[in-house]
Ligand binder design. Structure first.
Ligand code: CP
Length: 308
């Protein structure tokens, strides 16, 4: 049994196992209906479309029993803590809790206490989003096969993005060069990599990963209209023409069309944005299986880079 809270919870062997398993799930037509009677509860304290419904789809395809917790109609509105909520669900019989919460590291209050069920992090504030990271890795691996030597440009609201953090750390450890661009106000010194002007980042990247502006986490707004932001920091049609041959566009979504990315580029030939969403179900099936496994073996990421 294992928790997935950040990408650091995964060894190289774990990442390889999850990506391989997700691909074998995608290839395998067999249904997963007669699986173990595992009970999963999805607790989303923040809005979500992709993560929430792809987890629910993954759980149902695995044959798990699924409970969907709604914070607005739960006893958290009467002051119950997250710990007491999860502890209660555990006592009711939940084996795995899939949790999204606005607080960075919300899971610390759970894992350092008495909680025994598995926790899978579906996004914590501006902290981490490991299953998004894994589906991004699968999308990149399906495109380029190897990670080593790739340049990935992560562009936009770097300060408030949990995807930027999770992806930058794991991609760097797998041998990619990760570069950043976006408004200076949103640079994040915690992220490993070089900062550069937008045009340069777009020109050198094999993967241009655009980020949504996280308005819900901002204390101060930028003094720019949507169109001004698009021209200064967005992937415009003109900028997309600077991209290298064979390079791809990614975005974790939801997308603000015409703001961080031109409307026409969202489903363009080199966009993998909907492929990322497609990969989300198999990755989450593989992660749920991974969380319930006991023996996975160990291998460090250096060894993995050599193997890949
Ligand atoms: N990428 C992502 O986490 O999307 P949702 O917020 O819709 O789950």
């Amino acid at each position: 049994m294992a928790n997935l809270l950040t990408m650091n919870d995964l060894s190289a062997r774990d990442i390889e196992w999850i990506l391989d398993r997700a691909e074998s799930i995608q290839k395998d037509k067999k249904k997963f209906r007669e699986s173990k009677p595992i009970l999963v509860t999805n607790l989303f304290f923040e809005p979500s479309t992709r993560t929430r419904f792809s987890f629910e789809t993954a759980e149902k395809r695995l044959g798990f029993q699924v409970l969907n917790f709604t914070s607005e109609t739960s006893s958290t509105t009467k002051g119950e803590t997250l710990y007491d909520t999860v502890r209660t669900l555990e006592e009711i019989g939940t084996d795995i809790a899939v949790i999204r919460h606005k607080d960075d590291h919300y899971f610390d209050q759970l894992i350092h206490n008495n909680i025994k069920l598995n926790i899978v992090n579906a996004g914590d504030g501006s902290g981490h989003h490991p299953t998004q990271s894994l589906l991004d890795l699968l999308t990149i691996r399906q495109e380029f096969i190897l990670f080593q030597g790739l340049t990935v440009a992560i562009i936009g609201d770097l300060r408030h993005s949990r995807v930027a953090r999770s992806d930058a750390e794991v991609l760097t450890s797998l041998g990619c060069r990760v570069v950043f661009s976006g408004p200076k106000e949103w640079h994040n010194p915690e992220l490993p990599g070089d900062y550069m002007p937008m045009d340069e980042a777009v020109r050198i990247a094999d993967v241009v990963m655009m980020l949504r502006i996280q308005h819900e986490r901002h204390q101060h707004t930028l003094d720019l209209t949507k169109e001004e932001y698009h021209q200064a920091y967005g992937l415009t049609l003109k900028r997309s023409e600077m991209m290298k041959k064979g390079s791809i566009i990614m975005h974790p979504a939801p997308v603000n069309r015409g703001v961080e990315i031109a409307d026409e580029l969202v489903e363009s030939e080199n966009s993998r944005i909907f492929k990322q969403m497609h990969n989300g179900v198999a990755i989450r099936m593989a992660v749920l299986e991974w969380a319930l496994e006991t023996e996975r073996g160990e291998m460090n990421r250096g060894e993995l880079i050599k193997e890949w």
